[in-house]
Design a protein around this ligand. Structure first.
Ligand SMILES: [Zn+2]
Length: 437
């Protein structure tokens, strides 16, 4: 037997008939027909859900008060209005009360709404998916125009904040638990490589976003596993305003939980900042350290711009020649070329730019053996890990009108975005976000 009674079914059939009866009859009106069907179905879907809500059985009576174990008394049904992906629906769900401690119980309450936001789980999930890609105003417009759902920008933001907060808490919990299990900076003893993954690449970086009145550095961590025939098969990313210590602990936890310990070859990619190499030595001592090629070439181009001016052909040739040397592993040659150039020049800022590049090369000399990395088949900073900062953080946090973030809100949105980009969102939604709301 269906939950929908024959009388209600009859009403639904009538609505469907009405929609069918008013379809245009000319093929040239195909666009009108499509819109007509979409709107009609949306209405019918809303009507169906309303009927269903009227007839669906409430949960069993809760056994007793969880505070004082007294028996609960039925106190009628409470009407609740919920925004769903199918429009507004009213539910009437039973309330139970403990006469001892005056506590009310709503056994179905949690599943009717996402947190205290008055929206259904599926609508909250849709909002989170959209918020991972675009600002609140655009999400609001999209929901209104495509779903007929009217929500304020503030409510949309609050919903995504609740969901992101659920993820952040889960990450912090895992990080803490990991710390308790493994005393010391990295798991001891290191799990033996079981060859489950041919390669593991750990990547860390920092980027600036405008938050709470100033530009602040947010740290980005990423772990990629795979690189057999299927390329990178698993990716885990996060972005947090953390000090180096906390960030390092989170990165090592994320890496080991993803399966870093089971990779045959391990590589740690960094942009050349000293804190990153220190972090790598402490937490990933078994990884080969590689200076990210993308950052290195940016540094070379930057220097050429300083020295020769923006868009100068001479500067282009100069950086081209330097990058070819570096690609062949001849960083000493590059260093000599940089130093010679510096001797020739008088301009203070040009000399300074060359000096900075020389320092950068010297500090990272042990991590620029690109011919060897290529022979080993290691990633050097192109492909999956290149531009993580830009893709994860920049696109969503640095566009026009994306200024003055609250730090925690930015972290919450970025945790949703990371989950979506990594392909873990659906899993995390059912395992931790929905329950936490
Ligand atoms: Zn009680």
């Amino acid at each position: 037997m269906s939950v929908i009674s024959p009388a209600r079914r009859e009403q639904l059939h009538q609505s469907l008939d009405q929609m069918l009866d008013t379809l245009p009859d000319s093929l040239a009106d195909c666009e009108k027909a499509e819109q007509h069907i979409r709107q009609g179905m949306q209405k019918l879907a809303n009507q169906t859900l309303r009927h269903w809500a009227e007839e669906a059985k409430p949960s069993e009576k809760p056994s007793s008060c969880s505070q004082c174990q007294r028996k609960l008394r039925h106190r009628g049904r409470v009407r609740r209005q919920v925004q769903t992906t199918l429009g507004v629906v009213h539910y009437r769900h039973p309330r139970w009360r403990c006469e001892g401690c005056q506590q009310d119980y709503y056994p179905d309450g949690q599943w009717l709404c996402f947190g205290s936001h008055g929206v259904s789980g599926p609508l909250a999930r849709l909002i989170c998916r959209l918020m991972a890609w675009m600002p609140g105003e655009q999400v609001q417009q999209f929901l209104r125009e495509d779903y007929g759902v009217r929500l304020s920008k503030e409510r949309i933001q609050a919903i995504s904040a609740t969901a992101g907060e659920g993820l952040l808490k889960e990450w912090d919990r895992r990080s803490e638990e990991f710390q308790q299990r493994h005393s010391g900076p990295c798991p001891q003893p290191l799990p033996r490589g079981q060859g489950r993954w041919p390669q593991a690449a750990v990547y860390a970086d920092g980027t600036m976003i405008h938050a709470e009145g100033q530009w602040r550095e947010i740290r980005v961590g990423q772990v990629c596993l795979g690189r057999g025939e299927g390329g990178w098969e698993r990716r885990r990313s996060f972005a947090r305003f953390q000090d180096v210590d906390t960030f390092g602990r989170q990165l090592v936890q994320v890496a080991y939980q993803a399966g870093y310990g089971e990779a045959e070859q391990k590589v740690f990619l960094g942009d050349g900042a000293r804190w990153l190499w220190e972090l790598a030595e402490l937490h990933f001592p078994d990884a080969i350290q590689v200076l990210d090629w993308y950052h290195l070439s940016q540094k070379v181009h930057e220097t050429a711009r300083e020295v020769y001016g923006e868009g100068s052909p001479e500067g282009g040739r100069w950086s081209q020649a330097r990058l070819e040397e570096l690609y062949r592993g001849q960083w000493r040659r590059t260093l000599r070329a940089v130093q010679q150039q510096r001797k020739r020049l008088r301009g203070k800022s040009k000399r300074e730019a060359l000096r900075r590049l020389a320092v950068y090369l010297r500090h990272n000399s042990k991590r620029m053996d690109y011919p060897r990395y290529r022979a080993l088949g290691l990633p050097v900073g192109s492909g999956a890990v290149e531009g993580t900062c830009k893709h994860l953080v920049g696109v969503r946090c640095k566009g026009s009108g994306m200024r003055n973030w609250k730090r925690r809100r930015a972290e919450a949105i970025l945790s949703l975005r990371a989950a979506i980009l990594d392909g873990t969102f659906e899993h995390l939604w059912t395992t931790c976000i929905r329950q936490a709301a």
